[in-house]
Write a protein that binds this ligand. Structure first.
Ligand SMILES: Nc1nc2c(ncn2[C@@H]2O[C@H](COP(=O)(O)OP(=O)(O)O)[C@@H](O)[C@H]2O)c(=O)[nH]1
Ligand SMILES: [Mg+2]
Length: 205
């Protein structure tokens, strides 16, 4: 059971990406997928999604899973591994979570084979400057970007090429080791390639 984090700031497109990825992983890759969300926002991961794709969805609310709810994360993962036993668990941490702390929760979980997979950070191209430079938001996003294995620049449908190029360069400077990809979670662009990247990293680990 490999646990993949889909991190990023509030509104960056985590839920949209996560649902699209689970669809492809279960339909095309025939993987058993479970989803853990830490923040149910305005795009609900609800029973409909569970029924439609045969996924298991767990909500860990009431705080941030990378701090006071870290133990809940470990327990939830243990339960999933003993019950539904998915191949892949996709976690949507809260927008202010720290990927390395979430990883600690994953490695604390006791189960036959619970392993932390890659960290994907969704970067909102529409609010690019704010995420890099804002005194408050920037602090969280920078920390997430530093812990990313893959940086997915989302909402490329809504911005122009020159804008994307500028931020690709800046993001490369923040985390030179991370893989980078452009996606539109809304339109589905780049998602197949994102899955390929994730699967490649899962196999390499
Ligand atoms: N234009 C555009 N909007 C998007 C895209 N992905 C997500 N959104 C919108 O951004 C908003 C926040 O998305 P959501 O997935 O809930 O973000 P989360 O808070 O990170 O989980 C929603 O209104 C989405 O429809 C995208 O690729 N392009
Ligand atoms: Mg969300």
């Amino acid at each position: 059971m490999k646990v993949v984090q889909i991190a990023g700031f509030l509104g960056s497109g985590k839920t949209t990406t996560l649902i699209a990825l689970s669809r492809q992983l279960s339909n095309e890759y025939k993987k058993r997928v479970a989803i853990i969300v830490n923040e149910i926002g305005d795009v609900p991961v609800d029973a409909k999604v569970v029924n439609e794709f045969g996924l298991k969805v767990r909500d860990i609310g009431g705080g941030c899973i990378c701090c006071e709810l870290l133990i809940n994360l470990a327990i939830t993962l243990e339960e999933l591994s003993k019950g539904f036993n998915p191949d892949i668990v996709l976690i949507e941490p809260s927008g202010v979570s720290i990927p390395s702390s979430v990883k600690d929760g994953i490695t604390t979980a006791k189960g036959t084979e619970i392993k932390a997979g890659p960290v994907v950070v969704i970067f909102d191209a529409e609010r690019a400057e704010e995420q890099l430079s804002d005194e408050g938001i920037g602090t969280f996003v920078m920390r997430q970007l530093s812990g990313a294995d893959i940086v997915a620049i989302n909402k490329v449908d809504a911005v122009d090429e020159a804008h994307i190029k500028v931020y690709e360069e800046r993001l490369k400077a923040v985390n030179p080791g991370a893989k980078m990809i452009r996606i539109s979670a809304l339109k589905g662009d780049g998602l197949s390639d994102l899955i390929k990247m994730i699967v490649e990293l899962l196999v390499a680990q």
